[in-house]
Design a binder for this molecule. Structure first.
Ligand code: QUE
Length: 348
């Protein structure tokens, strides 16, 4: 038996991919990545298809990310870096196809989306969110790094150029989840539609007149808590090393930021993988000066290298296998990370 975990159809010029793995919050396994890629390739040169729509068959999630549990199993079973590289390479190839897709590519995001879920949505032209949407790049919590092209789009958030955007750096190193209003405010999402109307919007898009459908259904986005926090985020994550960022969080008065937010943010940074925090900050900094293709290539090398560091097996265990959320990191603190080890993950 080989039941597909996505459903595809074409009607009135719209090719639709529906993610259909609700039991795993639509986490992207290798077969899903392969099947979505094949559908997009087919539709790219098909004159019958004028736009692509991606939807979810899960009540809770758009897509929880790349399915990293089998990647951990492969590492534990002693399969070499080849298996790991093949998995991530296929995922990033799909994301790159989305980013370069020659036809309008629309995602309807009515639930949580993390990691790989952003990879198959944020690179497309239209990202519609409802109040149920949540966005996060939570990889530092599992001893990994924000990938799927995020080292290109996070440094450029809010139109920032030339250096890594402070909000992008904050989201990358802390893994903080943001809401629909926040996603629109920083540009991860393009349109807001109330959840009660999203099924009707999907039906209208399926008639092929997607621009008219958006014009009719889009409403004002909710207020953004993140936007109110931008001055604090700029003050802490705008420049410097991760040690500088921690020092500012340790002395909020001196940094001129809200003490409660600083304490919370500090606790988060102290809880995630120290190696991941250093590696993520460096990945974002380099990404700010790189093309998307360069970012994917660098992310692939770093993903292969960092998944071989014990923090990855331990982090996936703590968050996704045993779910005790009590990982034991090695090295245990941000201060104990050797910069030479971080450089080695980049192949320097
Ligand atoms: C960080 C991650 C992932 C995560 C949680 C993190 C991730 C991922 C999942 C996930 C969630 C539910 C599932 C599943 C996987 O959670 O990449 O199979 O049912 O796929 O903190 O990077």
């Amino acid at each position: 038996m080989n039941e597909s975990l996505i459903r595809t159809r074409v009607a009135d010029g719209v090719g639709e991919v529906q993610l259909d793995r609700p039991a795993a919050l639509n986490a992207l396994g290798p077969s899903m990545i392969r099947d979505i890629h094949a559908a997009l390739e087919r539709w790219r040169d098909d004159p019958e298809v004028t736009a692509v729509l991606v939807t979810s068959n899960s009540e809770r999630a758009f897509c929880a990310g790349g399915d990293v549990k089998p990647v951990r199993d492969a590492i534990l079973a002693g399969h070499g870096a080849d298996v790991v590289r093949d998995y991530f390479a296929a995922e990033y190839r799909l994301d790159e196809l989305v980013a370069t897709y020659p036809k309008p590519y629309l995602s309807l995001i009515d639930g949580v989306t993390m990691g790989g879920g952003l990879g198959i949505s944020v690179h497309g032209a239209v990202r519609v969110v409802t109040e149920n949407a949540g966005f996060a790049m939570p990889e530092t919590a599992i001893g990994f790094v924000p990938d799927i092209g995020s080292s290109h789009f996070l440094p450029r958030l809010r139109g920032t150029t030339a250096r890594c955007d402070a909000v992008g750096m904050y989201l990358a190193v802390t893994g903080t989840r943001i809401g629909a209003g926040d996603a629109v405010a920083v540009g991860l999402a393009t349109h807001f539609v109330p959840s009660a109307r999203v099924d009707d919007l999907a039906d209208r898009i399926r008639t092929g007149r997607w621009q008219d459908a958006l014009d009719e259904y889009v409403g004002p986005a909710p207020e953004s808590d993140l936007e109110r926090r931008v001055p604090d985020i700029e003050a802490v994550f705008g420049d410097g090393t991760v040690l500088d960022m921690l020092a500012r969080l340790d002395d909020p008065e001196k940094a001129g930021v809200d003490a409660e937010w600083a304490a919370q943010t500090r606790a988060t940074l102290r809880a995630v993988s120290p190696t991941s925090v250093w590696t993520t900050a460096e990945l974002m900094r380099r990404g700010a000066e790189s093309t998307l293709a360069e970012c994917f290539a660098r992310e692939l090398d770093v993903a292969v290298h960092i998944s071989a560091v014990p923090d990855f097996v331990e982090g996936v265990r703590a968050v996704l296998v045993d779910k005790d959320h009590a990982p034991t990191w090695s090295p245990a603190t941000i201060e104990d990370v050797d910069p030479a080890d971080v450089a080695a993950l980049f192949g320097d």
